[in-house]
Design a protein around this ligand. Structure first.
Ligand code: PYC
Length: 309
C-alpha cells in the first residue's frame, strides 16, 4: 500500500494512494458507506498500530464522480468513517501539491458529505471552505458521572460535536489524560441521555473551549477513537463558528483565531449559508512527514492492526 503522511498543525494524516479495496461505483458517499460496511479491517490496518497511531486519520483517494473535482477522498479514523475532516483535507491538499497534482490556487475535493474547496496558498498553507455548518441544539444540560453538570451546544461542521465551556480542569497539555477522561464521560452521558445529531447520528466529538492569550479561544477536542486532536479541528471549529454566529457573537467575515491544546492555530471566518447555517473557511498549515510502502506480510498476526485498548 503506497501512502504519504503529513501533519496539519500537529495532527497526522495518511493519504492512501494505492492498495485499497475496490469500492465499486457511485458517489463518494456511497463508496464511503461500502468502505465502512465491508472493509473495517483495511481501515484499521492502514492507520492503527503497529503501522500508524490512534490519532491518525486516513484519507483514501478515489476517482471523483464530479468532473469539476480534482479527486474524491474518503476519511476514516480507527473508530470508522469521518464525514469530513478539516485537518486531513489540508493534509490531502499539501500531499496533492507534493505529488504535482495541484498548484497554487483553488481546487475541489469530493467528500462523502459534499464538495469542499481547498485553496493552496503556498507549499504549506491551505484554506478549506467547509460544508454548511449549523447548530442543532443550544444549552443542552447533562449530568455527567464523575464530572458534574455540563451545559453545551450540539452542532454540525461536517461531523457532530458537543461544545461546552464547562471545564473539568485547565486546558493545558499536562492535563490531557484528565481532559480525555472527562470528555469520554461527557460523550457517554450524551448517549445515555438520548442526545444525538440529526437523524439519530452519534455525537462522536466533544469540544472543551476556554479563553486564552494570543487567540480568540483554545480548545481540547475528543475524537471518535478516544484520542485528542492535536490541531484545532477544522470541522469542530466550523461547528463552533456556527454557534457563535447563531448567538450573534461573530459576524460574517470577521476573523477567528482558534488555538489547539498543543498551541497550534487555525484562522477562520464564515459567510452565510444557503440553508440558515454558515459556510466556514479554515486556514492552516501542513507538512509532509513520510512517503512509504506499507507491508502486510503473510503470517503477520497484527496485519489488521492492534485494536485500541
Ligand atoms: O480537523 O476536522 C478535523 C478533524 C476531525 C477529527 C480530527 N480532525
Amino acid at each position: 500500500m503506497r501512502v504519504i503522511d503529513s501533519h496539519t498543525e500537529g495532527e497526522p494524516t495518511r493519504v492512501i494512494l494505492s492498495g485499497g479495496p475496490d469500492l465499486g461505483g457511485g458517489s463518494v458517499g456511497e463508496r464511503a458507506a461500502r468502505l465502512a460496511r465491508d472493509h473495517g479491517d483495511f481501515c484499521k490496518s492502514a492507520i492503527c498500530e503497529p503501522r500508524g497511531l490512534e490519532a491518525m486519520v486516513g484519507a483514501m483517494l478515489v476517482p471523483p464522480l464530479r468532473p469539476d473535482c480534482v479527486t474524491g477522498v474518503i476519511y476514516f479514523n480507527p473508530a470508522g468513517n469521518l464525514g469530513m475532516c478539516g485537518h486531513a483535507s489540508i493534509g490531502t491538499a499539501i500531499t496533492l501539491a507534493h505529488m504535482g497534482r495541484i498548484g497554487i490556487g483553488m481546487h475541489r475535493l469530493e467528500t462523502p458529505v459534499g464538495v469542499v474547496t481547498v485553496e493552496l496558498h503556498s507549499d504549506h498553507e491551505v484554506s478549506i471552505t467547509n460544508v454548511e455548518s449549523y447548530r442543532l441544539h443550544k444549552d443542552v444540560s447533562l449530568d455527567v458521572p464523575g464530572v458534574g453538570r455540563v451545559t453545551g451546544d450540539i452542532a454540525w461542521g461536517g461531523n457532530w460535536f458537543f461544545i461546552t465551556r464547562d471545564l473539568p480542569c485547565a486546558l493545558q497539555p499536562g492535563n490531557i489524560r484528565h481532559l480525555t477522561d472527562a470528555t469520554l464521560r461527557i460523550r457517554q452521558a450524551l448517549q445515555d441521555q438520548g442526545w444525538t445529531g440529526a437523524q439519530g447520528a452519534w455525537i462522536d466529538h466533544v469540544i472543551l473551549l476556554a479563553p486564552c492569550e494570543g487567540a480568540d479561544a483554545r480548545n481540547f477536542v475528543l475524537c471518535p477513537s478516544g484520542s485528542y486532536d492535536r490541531s484545532p479541528c477544522g470541522t469542530g471549529t466550523s461547528a463552533l463558528l456556527a454557534c457563535l454566529a447563531a448567538d450573534g457573537q461573530l459576524d460574517a467575515g470577521a476573523p477567528w483565531l482558534q488555538q489547539s491544546i498543543i498551541g497550534s492555530t487555525y484562522r477562520l471566518s464564515y459567510v452565510a449559508g444557503e440553508n440558515g447555517g454558515i459556510v466556514p473557511t479554515v486556514c492552516g498549515r501542513a507538512w509532509i512527514t513520510a512517503e512509504s510502502v506499507l507491508h502486510f506480510a503473510p503470517g503477520d498476526p497484527y496485519a489488521a492492526g492492534i485494536p485500541a485498548a
